[in-house]
Structure formats: structure tokens, C-alpha cells
Ligand binder design. Sequence first.
Ligand code: FPP
Length: 238
Amino acid sequence: MKITHLRHVAIIMDGNGRWAQARGLARVAGHHRGAETVRRVVTHCREAGLHYLTLYAFSTENWARPTFEVNELMELLAEFLVEQEDRLKEHGIELAAIGDLGRLPNRARSLLERVMKTTSGLDGMRLTLALSYSGRDEIVRAARRLARRAAEGTLDPDAIDDRLFGGSLDTGDTPPVDLVIRTGSERRLSNFLLWQAAYAELYFTDRAWPDFGPEDFDRAVAWYHSRKRTFGLVEAVG
Ligand code: FPP
């Protein structure tokens, strides 16, 4: 399926742990399968012609999980970066990251920085990983940065508007989210892209992330195209 009139899809990849537990496996087995789904979905989105894909890979709340699980997730991230660097370049995919990246372990952070640098400027698709991310934390950090500039006298507080504030978020010049997909049955945003998804269409599926495939993605996109987006306005008449 070729994607048109849809620039930015953001995915809450949920259900890894339950997928594993339902099969009598350790939760981390679900994350391993989930990492394979990431590879599959990224390739599919690039081939379909999507411009921006953002994945919720690790929330600030996830730091409170058992150390073993946190370490395993960080290891999977590092593995993904090592393995995928060349493929991202081949496919013209620029890697970006949002979140409180200073909290990531050194190895994951330096790999992330390296791949972001070597893929910088590629214009096939931008893949953004949300890592140590929460929407409120991102908004607070942006507010703090702007307040600091105002206190230094380099920014007029009256100049702060929707556009300036939005551009000060970690997502920078990434356009607003058109479609949020959440796998794994829950129906909430869980602190994901609170500002950027203000007018996004929200698609929920019971499919657990390890089982999510290109056909599920296409189903979500087809549903998106069936929606009428009014952005708070009324539909044009005549
Ligand atoms: C939610 O499932 C998923 C996560 C907390 C992590 C998502 C990570 C991956 C898909 C793999 C690594 C990422 C990359 C980019 C290679 P859950 O554990 O909350 O599931 P549950 O709700 O069933 O417990």
C-alpha cells in the first residue's frame, strides 16, 4: 500500500510482556520479538512512502521496572542500533531521538549519537525513537529552556506562541502527528506526544506488538483515511 495524505504516524508498542506471559515465556522474550516487529514495521513504512515514524520505545516510567528488564531493553536498543545502521543508511532513513537521553546508559547513548550523526540529513524517512520519554517531561524541559532565555533577556515572553513553543520541544521541526496507533488492547495515550498529537486520530488494536505486522499497519492507515479531520472546524459546505 502506498501512503498518501499522511505524513506522521506514531506508535505505542504495547503488549510485549503479556504476549510472552500468555506463552509461558519470560517478559523479555516479548521484547525480543517486539524488536523484530520494529525492524519489519520500519521497512514497511519506508517502502510505503511514509515520511515520519515515531516509536515509543521506553518511557520515563519504564525506569521503575526490574533492573533485569531495563538492562535487557537497553541491550536490545544497542543491538538494534549496531545492526541497523547500514540498513538505515541504505534506505535513506534519518534516525532521531526524543526524551531525556542523558539518562540512557553510556553504550546505548553513544551508539544512538553515532547513528543519528551518520544518518543525519537522509530524507527518505525520519525514524524517531522516544527513549526515556514522557510528554509532560518534554513540555516541562521546553518551558524551562524558554524561561531561561527570557530570564537572560534574550527572549521576549510575548514572543512565545504556539509555533515557538512547539519548535522548542524535542521533536523540533517534525510535523504534528496525524495518526497514533496503540497495540496491546489499552486505550490511552500514556504520556506520549501530548502536544504533537493534539489533533491526531487515535487507532487502538488488540493485537500485541510482537504479532503486529504490515497488514495491521495498512488496516490502521485505511481506517485513518476513512476519518474526516476537521481540526476543530466544521466541514466545508457545498
Ligand atoms: C511495552 O510492552 C513495550 C515496551 C515497554 C518496550 C518496547 C520495546 C521494544 C519493542 C523493543 C526494543 C526497541 C527497539 C527500538 C529495538 P509491555 O512490556 O508494557 O507489555 P505489557 O503491557 O504486556 O506488560
